[in-house]
Design a protein around this ligand. Structure first.
Ligand code: PXP
Length: 237
């Protein structure tokens, strides 16, 4: 059964709407932990639209499950990661105007810079994952850069408009998981997964962890965070 990483960025989105002190990010993290989340995911964006530097510091100190810091390869963010030392860093592409991370990191194009960042993070004992499209060229490039973990972008699957498109996108993810296994990489997946579409992905052979945020936080408005994490865990199993 794949593990569940819960992305709590949108607890901070709500807090930042009023630049308030609540909802409290640590409280959210503790609830996820108590409900059986295997890791916590936060994205320290360059524009600091949700997660702030101090959130990452507090989570690092006070939470015992794994902390996975999503981040761009910008030097200022890499410096913060090396100082806070999350258990894992997930390198993602970042555009100022996007609503969320729209696509995977183009490792083919940025291979030299990505390899350099992986080396620096791993020297600081931070396991590093690359968020990429389910595409053989990207997987090969990730392996060549020294990545031992990848996260496959499930956004195209999640946003498929027809059953045929969904089947096609599902097949690509399945093939990508099997291909990545040839490089002995740990394979995670995430983006756009929700209570309706998670089951087929969770049943794929060889996936280590699913990272899910938006759907869980939205569901928690009506059912509470603990129940929402528990229900997602149940669907995954
Ligand atoms: N994985 C990565 C690398 C992401 O960038 C995101 C979005 O922040 C997620 C998983 C979670 O996506 P969602 O919020 O759509 O569940």
């Amino acid at each position: 059964m794949p593990k569940l990483g819960v992305n709590i960025d949108h607890i901070a989105t709500l807090r930042q709407l009023r630049k308030s002190t609540f909802p409290d990010i640590l409280c959210a993290a503790k609830v996820c932990e108590a409900a059986g989340a295997d890791s916590l995911v936060v994205h320290l964006r360059e524009d600091r639209r949700h997660i702030q530097d101090k959130d990452v510091v507090i989570l690092r100190k006070k939470v015992s499950i794994r902390l996975n810091l999503e981040m761009s390869i910008a030097p200022s963010i890499v410096n913060i990661a090396c100082s806070v030392k999350p258990d894992q860093a997930t390198l993602v592409p970042e555009k100022r105007k996007e609503l969320t991370t729209e696509g995977g990191l183009d490792v083919v194009r940025w291979s030299v810079a990505v390899a350099r960042v992986i080396r620096r993070l791993e020297e600081n004992k931070i396991e590093t994952s690359l968020f990429i499209e389910p595409d053989k060229k990207q997987i090969r490039a990730a392996a060549d850069c020294g990545a031992r973990i990848i996260e496959l972008h499930t956004g195209r699957y999640a946003n498929s408009q027809t059953a045929t498109a969904r089947r096609g996108n599902f097949k690509k993810i399945n093939e990508a998981v099997q291909y990545a296994k040839k490089f002995n990489m740990l394979v995670n997946a995430g983006h756009g997964l929700d209570y309706e579409n998670v089951k087929p992905i969770a049943s794929l052979e060889g996936l280590y962890e699913l990272n899910i945020g938006y759907a869980i936080i939205c569901h928690s408005i009506f059912y509470g965070l603990k129940a929402s994490v528990l229900e997602m865990k149940k669907l995954i199993s």
